[in-house]
Design a protein around this ligand. Structure first.
Ligand code: HEM
Ligand SMILES: N[C@@H](CC(=O)c1ccccc1NC=O)C(=O)O
Length: 280
């Protein structure tokens, strides 16, 4: 037998002149009109779609992370963890997605790279917002967004707000854990720095996990989050390496060297320091 033999059932809705349809609900006119190559090269479409899908997922990561922060501030730990679980799945998708871009050869990329000018992922405000929310605060990043007042406003707000980790530590303090006062009152516009006394508090949780099961589990969720973030950074670095080698970046950085240094960053240093202490 040939052809598609599946009946289109009588009940199937067909007239959307006066009703909301799939496309109108999702604003597909706008979404699918947003791929605007600046060169004539075939592979630029891949480059654009890869970035746009990443930005869409980043939008959801930000939405979920900000919600998790607000929930923690209200002592709603279980709901906050639900948000974080979703973020972890998105992170995996973002990391897996690098394999699509890895099909772009250096020869193909060079065809349209000169058309990109000084545009660079370095200017992604949503990426920077996620970094800020997770605690990698850096006021020096704000001027890059001066030409986009809305993005600048979101970044300023996140810079000045407690990070996810700050909210977690405040929550632990409210639960009676002896979080040092200087940690609770730190200048949240800067990145958190390792505090050995905080490591000791968290180590006690890990040493007696059964007694502290829910917060112990929450700590491991944060470790997963950071681990996933680092995997994305690493895949970005390796993709950059195979695509432009040691060339400087269009954003003006050294390129691979700059991205390599990001792998030394940590959002939750004490949660990793705990590993050294366990069993010691
Ligand atoms: C062939 C593909 C890519 C190349 C060659 C590349 C290259 C680079 C380079 C060299 C930098 C350093 C800044 C600069 O001087 O430009 C950078 C930063 C960045 N790129 Fe890409 N990139 C690629 C794809 C992507 C994709 C798909 C995303 C997804 C959104 C992305 C997001 C970012 C972000 C967020 C930064 C800033 C990182 C930070 O500040 O730590 N890049 N990229
Ligand atoms: N920084 C890249 C260019 C680049 O990847 C890019 C250019 C425009 C929009 C997004 C980009 N993605 C990530 O940096 C390069 O140096 O080739």
């Amino acid at each position: 037998m040939t052809g598609n033999t599946r009946d289109i059932e009588a009940g199937v809705h067909r007239d959307f002149r006066e009703e909301m349809s799939y496309g109108s609900y999702l604003a597909l006119d706008t979404l699918l009109d947003a791929q605007r190559p600046v060169s004539q090269h075939h592979d630029e479409m891949l480059f654009i779609v890869q970035h746009q899908t990443s930005e869409l997922w980043l939008k959801l990561v930000l939405h979920e992370t900000r919600s998790a922060m607000a929930l923690l501030a209200e002592d709603e730990m279980r709901m906050a963890l639900k948000r974080i679980a979703r973020v972890k799945h998105i992170q995996r998708t973002l990391t897996d997605q690098w394999s699509v871009l890895a099909t772009l050869t250096p020869t193909e990329y060079q065809e349209f790279r000169p058309f990109l000018g000084h545009a660079s992922g370095f200017q992604s405000w949503q990426y920077r917002a996620v970094e800020f929310a997770l605690g990698n605060k850096h006021a020096g990043m704000l001027p890059v967004h001066a030409s986009d007042p809305e993005a600048h406003a979101v970044l300023s707000e996140l810079l000045e707000a407690p990070s996810l980790y700050d909210e977690f530590l405040r929550y632990l303090s409210r639960r009676g854990y002896p979080i040092p006062q200087r940690v609770l009152e730190r200048d949240v516009t800067t990145a958190h720095e390792l505090d050995p006394e905080l490591t000791a508090v968290l180590t006690d949780i890990y040493r007696d996990a059964e007694q502290h099961w829910d917060v112990y589990e929450a700590c491991e969720e944060l470790v997963d989050l950071e681990d996933n973030f680092q995997l994305w950074r690493f895949r970005h670095l390796k993709t950059v390496q195979r695509t432009i080698g040691m060339k400087t970046g269009t954003g003006g950085s050294s390129g691979v060297g700059f991205l390599q240094r990001a792998l030394d960053l940590t959002f939750f240093p004490e949660l990793f320091a705990v590993r050294t202490e366990i069993g010691a």
